[in-house]
Design a protein around this ligand. Structure first.
Ligand code: NAP
Length: 302
């Protein structure tokens, strides 16, 4: 890797506590592979220091920053401009600094669609069921709406939270049918009509055991099941779906492609996706796995 010198461009990630992140490995390996004079660093930023940190991006001429928990939503009001999806989602995970002008993007949304494309699943005209109503569910919902899904059904613990996601979709994508349900409702009817099922809850993560967001009877062989979780790589939901003959994918693709999109926004160069994928796999195999860290901290960063 080229020595750091006066021309080295700095990128990185801000979050708190930022105990575990695979992003530095992915981005630094990508810069190295393309011989770009960039570095990617972790910046632990407490919520009370977020505003100063954002000013610091300008002051220090940092080229690009990823934003992770808990700053994705609060950072929105501190930027000069937002991409369309960041505006609708109300959350930013990538900032680009153009000569002191900061633009916020949400590459989780595009990353999710690129991951579906890689699996040869085109959401256009399809009926999608999203389980969960948090930040990731919102990014997935907006991504699917932008990609032309015909109908989106949001299932949450709280009907009010599901309605909040739905009303933002309805006001921005009038042509799409948007419905809401809770996990306690009878879900048999939507199971029959749904084509894409997305788990955007943490149910199934290592520390939650083999918990399922919906009973396996919900899954049909005709479904494509996308679980945003990537630790473990095979959740009980994915395993059950495969046994039923459904197509299934974990969240590694979304993680990879949100990073690839951020890389492309910052450098203007196509990301070396395979190099980044290898960095991810290596990071997940290492002793300091997110699920080990999770036991102590309960949050995994981008
Ligand atoms: P979040 O904002 O905390 O939202 C979590 C959602 O799951 C909320 O709707 C929450 O409901 C629901 N939930 C939590 N526990 C539940 C339970 N026991 N039963 C039913 N619903 C439950 O989290 P997030 O950022 O959206 O992340 C959600 C998942 O996606 C996590 O597993 C995260 O690791 C993963 N993720 C993956 C990627 C990727 O690149 N692959 C990117 C982002 C997130 P309440 O609001 O009622 O609590």
């Amino acid at each position: 890797m080229e020595e750091i010198n006066g021309k080295t461009k700095i990128t990185g990630i801000i979050g708190y506590p930022l105990t575990y992140t695979l992003s530095p490995a992915m981005h630094n390996r990508a810069f190295e592979a393309l011989k770009l004079n960039y570095r990617y660093l972790p910046f632990v930023v407490e919520p009370k220091n977020l505003e100063d940190a954002i000013k610091g991006i300008k002051a220090l001429n940092i080229q690009g920053i990823n934003v992770t928990m808990p700053h994705k939503e609060t950072v929105v009001n501190l930027l000069d401009e937002l991409s369309t999806e960041a505006q609708i989602i109300g959350a930013v995970n990538t900032i680009k600094n153009d000569n002191g002008r900061l633009t916020g993007y949400n590459t989780d949304a595009g990353g999710f669609i690129r991951a579906l494309e890689k699996e040869s699943f085109n959401p256009a005209g399809k009926i999608a069921i999203i389980l969960g109503t948090g930040g990731a569910a919102k990014a997935v919902a907006v991504a699917l709406a932008q990609a032309g899904a015909a109908s989106i059904i949001i299932v949450g613990r709280s009907i009010n939270k599901a309605e909040t996601v739905a009303s933002s979709l309805r006001s921005n994508f009038q042509e799409i049918s948007v419905k809401t349900l809770t996990f306690k409702d009878n879900l048999a009817d939507i199971s029959q009509i749904g084509e894409l099922i997305v788990n955007a809850t943490p149910l199934g993560m290592k520390e939650s055991g083999d918990l399922l967001p919906v009973p396996l009877e919900f899954i049909k062989a005709t479904h494509f099941v996308y679980d945003l979780i990537y630790t473990p790589l095979e959740t009980a939901l994915l395993n059950g779906a495969r046994h039923k003959g459904a197509r299934a994918s974990n969240g590694l693709g979304m993680l990879l492609y949100q990073a690839a999109s951020a890389f492309e926004i910052w450098t203007g160069t196509s990301a070396p996706v395979e190099v980044m994928h290898q960095a991810l796999i290596q990071g997940l195999k290492s002793g300091d796995r997110p699920d080990n860290v999770q036991k102590k901290n309960s949050r995994v960063s981008t």
